[in-house]
Design a protein around this ligand. Structure first.
Ligand code: NAD
Ligand code: UDP
Length: 313
């Protein structure tokens, strides 16, 4: 198949491109390199099944495709908050442009939505039926509401035009190729531990997240894309293991054998207190569940960052 991956030079997008190329598909990664990097797809450069196009998903899109994965959007809080209007517009215009392209091609289009649509949730775990608790004018709103609007556009396009949509709600995902400076907790803690700098815990570190290893996530996204036509989503994809940031810090320190200390910094506004996916739908409709435990995924990610830091040094 001819497959377009927007955000294909990003962390998750580049792993998705790898798997699709391995399966023999003709893959186009479209990315404006806002938070991604050509380095993430440099190993695919000479592969005849792969092409990279530097473009913005906010501009009209062209081309003949059988599948479109829409991953283009800054994902780490510091990055998506740096230019919040850009983030909102990427979510909204990007969604409209991939939907229009999918409609013209009569092809499937998958939206990378997020657990952030649940905001700071009042219930745990979060099933897809939970409508969320989002502050519509806080500093996370550009991303949370942008992604909620994108979901709304996906379903309206489907209802109005019969566009063949799939919507995944991605929970915190980590692994090799995260940008060491992108500010998310797993990359921050690992890089800090490896460099012997104090681990920066926001708030008292009791807030929880559920971390999914990137290979599991890519498998989930591909299963959703190839699922029965009537499976539209939204479907949660993530890992049910729930850890406080204090627990995460202690695992990272143990696995890196680092003697780094920890320091407590103010909790950012609207930081969700808890997050854990209900994976019932993913299990029943996709036959998918995550397979990589946090410790194993952390080991692989630590190896990646250790090699990257050594090379940079
Ligand atoms: P990332 O920042 O590494 O990748 C996003 C990519 O999109 C980058 O390569 C960036 O340059 C590109 N991009 C940004 N704006 C663009 C635009 N206007 N036009 C073209 N390209 C643009 O982040 P990621 O973690 O790989 O996230 C990928 C997708 O998955 C995002 O849509 C994100 O919202 C979603 N998601 C990720 C997580 C996670 O934990 N990694 C969780 C929930 C949802
Ligand atoms: N966090 C932290 N230290 C850091 C970076 C993040 O304690 O150096 C916390 C952050 O406040 C949040 C959790 O870790 O509670 C996850 O943050 P991340 O930015 O990775 O993702 P998100 O908040 O979008 O789930």
């Amino acid at each position: 198949m001819r497959i377009l991956v927007t955000g294909g030079a990003g962390f998750v997008g580049s792993h998705l491109c790898d798997r699709l190329v391995q399966q023999g598909h003709q893959v186009t990664a479209l990315d404006n390199l806002r938070t991604g990097s050509r380095l993430n797809v440099a190993h695919l450069k000479d592969n005849r099944l792969f092409e990279f196009v530097e473009a913005d998903v906010q501009q009209a899109l062209h081309g003949d495709y059988d599948r479109i994965y829409n991953l283009a959007c800054p994902a780490s809080p510091p990055h998506y908050q740096a230019d919040p209007i850009y983030t909102s517009m990427t979510c909204i215009s990007g969604a409209l442009n991939v939907l229009d392209l999918a409609r013209r091609n009569d092809c499937r289009v998958l939206q990378a939505s997020t657990s952030e649509v649940y905001g700071d949730p009042d219930i745990s775990p979060q099933p897809e039926s939970y409508r969320g608790s989002v502050n519509p004018h806080g500093i996370r709103a550009c991303y949370d509401e942008g992604k909620r609007m994108a979901e709304s556009l996906f379903f309206d396009h489907h209802r109005m035009h019969g566009t063949r949509i799939k919507v995944a709600r991605i929970f915190n995902t980590y692994g090799p190729r995260m940008d060491p400076n992108d500010g998310r907790v797993v990359s921050n803690f690992i890089v800090q531990a490896l460099q012997g700098r104090s681990l920066t815990l926001y708030g008292d570190g009791s807030q929880t997240r559920s971390f999914c290893y990137v290979d599991d996530m890519v498998e989930g996204l591909m299963r959703l894309m190839e699922s029965d036509e009537d499976v539209l989503g939204p479907i949660n994809l993530g890992n049910e293991g729930e850890f406080s940031m204090l627990e995460l810090a202690s695992q990272v320190l143990e696995l890196t054998r680092s003697r780094a200390s920890t320091e407590f910094l103010p909790l950012p506004q609207d930081d969700p207190r808890q997050r854990r996916p209900d994976l019932t739908l993913a299990r029943t409709r996709l036959g998918w569940e995550p397979t990589v435990a946090l410790r194993d995924g952390l080991r692989r990610t630590i190896d990646y960052f250790a090699a990257r830091l050594a090379k940079a040094a």
